[in-house]
Design a protein. Structure first.
Length: 528
């Protein structure tokens, strides 16, 4: 069997490759550099955080004949033959937990190392040892021969006797930061040529709960399920809830949309998500939203509503151990915030929340209100027919090379928007992605319907800014991700596209032209 699962293939080979336990690595390295080696170590922490990997790396570094700054050289005989070194003894206490197993260790420590400086015993799942085994092992652990080192690893420190704890140097491994897991998964995807959605990788990091091994196992499985690792593929294979799902719940509460709230909770329940996992995710997400609302000084009403929701969720979590129906409690509690006068949020506040990116979703109310708040430049008569004309014209003589050049130009344009601090379009252009480009036209995809509406309402303004920056006229159109998916389903690659006129969609109102000239100058305005 040549294939290796990802968590085995990418097991760290040295301390520098170990993710997320810098506080421990620093101490272990220094102990080697300063030659202050203890006789017994205890590694404790959640599963998949690197305890066994660290034990092996530490054992390799201890026996390396040419280590540098505590890092094994990987070139000496001990490093090259580490996996077959008879002086490195690994014991799984889950299946070797009796007195007889301990007697083999007690007898073995009396024999000098065969080829290394130290004989090192790595005992995994140490909490599984029986009481009699611990008692038999106690004296040897306290005073082993000088060339013997014990490294114990456990996920359940509370089951290890105090008499053992007092004889070991204890190291507590932390859950690995989600951002660190995400970065590591992305690097592995690049090495393994695994295509992925960024949101899917982030969600894998979320559900792994700080466990790198779990994250790699999930990625490994999903990479075989489809050509691209997506959030949808993740949902199909694992009972999970995404930030997007929670945004739907929060948006339903904001807009007093009872049906959407009930449907989404029911959908999450049907997918098999554990109720405690869901409530923890809701609390974490809502807390982040509350912090952002305070930080951006958006709405005290919205902050107070989130504070009350979080309190309710905490109360539900405390009741879960009583055998009550968690999903029923959750639905009732969240429904209580629908049409609740004490937690009422105005449309203006809701649109502040959307425009400042506290949530990434839209509803009809969002779109309509945001159009009013973001006054259209009115040069184009924006409608479905006009959008379809622009889409059609973008396919005329479009090519991958032109698209790549335009993507680079568009990225420069976004940087220009940031530098110029053009607030009207600063936030909503950030995640825009050019999908089709010809010499004069481009289709640009954005995440949401409301973002599409806002950008198309400002289309002439954007085109003029683009022209001013690059001295090149481009006719743009913005569509949502859903629009793009529908377009791909109906796209005919054999169709011969020809330029369609858009004269009927141009508003030549004199008042607007005057305003446009005042804004951009006469030279930048060309009205026939």
């Amino acid at each position: 069997m040549n294939y290796k699962v990802l968590y085995r293939k990418y097991r760290p080979n040295n301390f520098d490759e170990l993710i997320g336990q810098e506080h421990i690595i620093k101490i272990l390295k220094n102990s080697i550099i300063e030659n202050k080696i203890a006789h017994a170590y205890l590694f404790t922490g959640p599963r998949g955080t690197g305890k066994t990997s660290t034990a092996k790396l530490f054992a390799k570094a201890l026996n390396c004949t040419n280590s540098t700054n505590g890092i094994p050289c990987e070139k000496c005989d001990n490093c090259k033959n580490f996996n077959n070194n008879p002086d490195i003894i690994e014991l799984d206490a889950a299946s070797n937990n009796g007195v007889d197993n301990m007697r083999l260790i007690i007898d073995g420590v009396q024999v000098a190392p065969a080829m290394s400086k130290y004989k090192i015993y790595i005992i995994d799942e140490a909490h599984m040892l029986s009481s009699s085994a611990w008692n038999a092992f106690l004296k040897t652990l306290e005073e082993p021969p000088e060339n013997v080192i014990f490294i114990l690893a456990t996920t359940e420190i509370q089951k290890v006797p105090l008499t053992i704890l007092s004889r070991c140097q204890r190291f507590d491994f932390c859950r690995i930061n989600k951002d660190e897991i995400t970065k590591h998964l992305e690097k592995i995807c690049e090495k393994e040529n695994i295509k992925y959605e960024e949101d899917a990788i982030k969600e894998i990091s979320n559900i792994s709960d700080g466990c790198m091994r779990d994250a790699l196992s999930v990625l490994d499985q999903l990479s075989k399920a489809a050509d691209v690792v997506t959030v949808d593929i993740l949902k199909q294979n694992y009972g999970t809830v995404t930030d997007y799902d929670i945004d739907i719940i929060y948006t339903a509460i904001l807009h007093n949309d009872l049906d959407t709230l009930i449907d989404k909770i029911s959908e999450i329940k049907a997918s098999g998500v554990n109720i405690k996992v869901l409530i923890d995710k809701l609390i974490d997400n809502f807390l982040n939203k509350a912090i952002q609302i305070k930080r951006k000084n958006i709405s005290n009403n919205a902050f107070n509503q989130l504070k009350n929701i979080i309190k309710s969720l905490n109360e539900i979590e405390e009741k879960l151990n009583d055998g009550l129906n968690g999903y029923l409690l959750l639905q009732i509690e969240l429904i209580s915030f629908i049409n609740d006068d004490e937690n009422k949020i105005s449309n203006r506040e809701i649109n502040q929340i959307i425009s400042r990116e506290i949530i990434q979703l839209d509803t009809k109310i969002d779109v309509n209100k945001m159009i009013k708040d973001n006054k259209s430049d009115n040069y184009y008569k924006m409608c479905d027919e006009f959008i379809n004309v622009r889409i059609n014209n973008s396919f005329v003589n479009a090519s991958k090379n032109i698209k790549q050049d335009f993507i680079n130009t568009w990225n420069d344009f976004i940087k220009y928007i940031k530098e110029e601090d053009i607030r009207d379009i600063l936030a909503v252009t950030r995640d825009s992605i050019p999908m089709v480009a010809s010499e004069k036209n481009a289709i640009i995809v954005v995440k949401s319907e409301s973002t599409k509406v806002i950008l198309n309402a400002k289309l002439y303004f954007i085109e003029n800014k683009f022209s001013k920056k690059f001295n090149k006229n481009y006719e743009l159109i913005f569509i949502s991700e859903n629009d793009w998916k529908k377009l791909l389903k109906t796209f005919d690659k054999n169709k011969q596209y020809t330029i369609m006129e858009e004269e009927e969609f141009i508003n030549k109102d004199n008042t607007f032209v005057t305003e446009a000239k005042e804004l951009f100058g006469d030279k930048n305005i060309n009205i026939e």
